[in-house]
Design a protein around this ligand. Structure first.
Ligand code: NAD
Length: 276
């Protein structure tokens, strides 16, 4: 599926270049030395190159002061040759993440984390949709999962996954329950779910007996065990026996997230070049 989205983006990039002469360009900003972030960025840049999107690096592994980070983001906002800005999270503790996200021009915010873009999502007039929730919706649509009237349960309420995903499901007429660390009886909720989306960042938080027979399970979690093995939030072996469908980790939502980032970048370039 991710390959299919990427192929569409590649075609779109070529068409846009033929029409306007411009190459969609993504500015990649990394502050601080996070090994996982370095891997994520390398994957995103590789994918960008494959679909013909140019990337420009602004890497500060030794850190960057908040005023300097804000100045850099404003410079990128004003640069007509930059169509999308990817601010890799997390930022070091001394930086203010909210302020940095707000400093990005909403139409260059290809992650869709800016309050303006999240507000549009809430208002039902989506502009830029956060990549991971967008990828989850693509997966559900691709497999023809009926959402209208369905019991959907989202575990996790982060700004980047749980909350926007719940809004997208709601917009598609699912009956949505959101669960989090203060939820009293998690299993009571998850057992009702026809569509269960899990983004808790806790290995095996969802076990076999917590899933309804025939449910569709989307596992967003990515956890590295001490052994080095990568696992999701769902106990895959047992849950896959009762679920109708389940996404694997690695290889499920992750590649879709990167593909949606490319799609958002192309969309941002189209908007800036007046080619929507
Ligand atoms: P986060 O830590 O910001 O949020 C986790 C949420 O899960 C919180 O709202 C918390 O209340 C809830 N939660 C934690 N433990 C819980 C429990 N035991 N029961 C119920 N709720 C619980 O994390 P995030 O940024 O939303 O990411 C979640 C997971 O998804 C992580 O593993 C992350 O690596 C992964 N992730 C994957 C992709 C991808 O492309 N596949 C993208 C983003 C995040």
């Amino acid at each position: 599926m991710a390959q299919k989205v990427l192929a569409e983006v590649k075609t779109g990039v070529t068409a846009l270049r033929d029409r306007t002469g411009a190459t969609p360009t993504l500015a990649v900003v990394l502050v601080g030395d996070f090994p996982a972030s370095r891997i994520y960025i390398a994957t995103k840049k590789k994918m960008a190159a494959e679909v013909g999107i140019a990337s420009r690096d602004f890497l500060y592994p030794g850190g960057l002061s908040q005023p300097d980070l804000l100045a850099l983001l404003r410079r990128l906002n004003a640069d007509p040759a930059v169509h999308g800005i990817l601010l890799q999270l997390p930022l070091p503790q001394e930086c203010d993440e909210d302020e940095a996200i707000e400093a990005i021009a909403p139409l260059k915010d290809v992650d869709g984390f800016h309050p303006t873009n999240l507000g549009h999502l809430l208002a039902g007039t989506p502009t830029v949709i956060p990549c991971t929730p967008a990828g989850v919706m693509e997966i559900l649509d691709h497999y023809g999962v009926e959402l209208k009237g369905a019991e959907a349960v989202v575990v996790g309420r982060s700004r980047i996954v749980g909350k926007p995903l719940a809004q997208l499901l709601l917009a598609r007429h699912a009956t949505v329950t959101m669960c989090h660390t203060r939820t009293r009886d998690l299993a009571a909720h998850t057992r009702r779910a026809e569509v269960l989306c899990v983004a808790a960042g806790r290995p095996q938080v969802i076990t076999g007996e917590m899933v309804r027979e025939g449910a569709v399970v989307v596992d967003v979690g990515i956890n590295r065990l001490e052994s080095g093995k990568l696992v999701g939030d769902v106990e895959f072996d047992l849950v896959s026996k009762c679920a109708r469908a389940i996404t694997p980790v690695p290889g499920g939502v992750g590649p879709m997230t990167v593909a949606m980032l490319m799609k958002n970048t192309l969309q941002a370039a189209r908007r800036h070049l007046g080619a929507v």
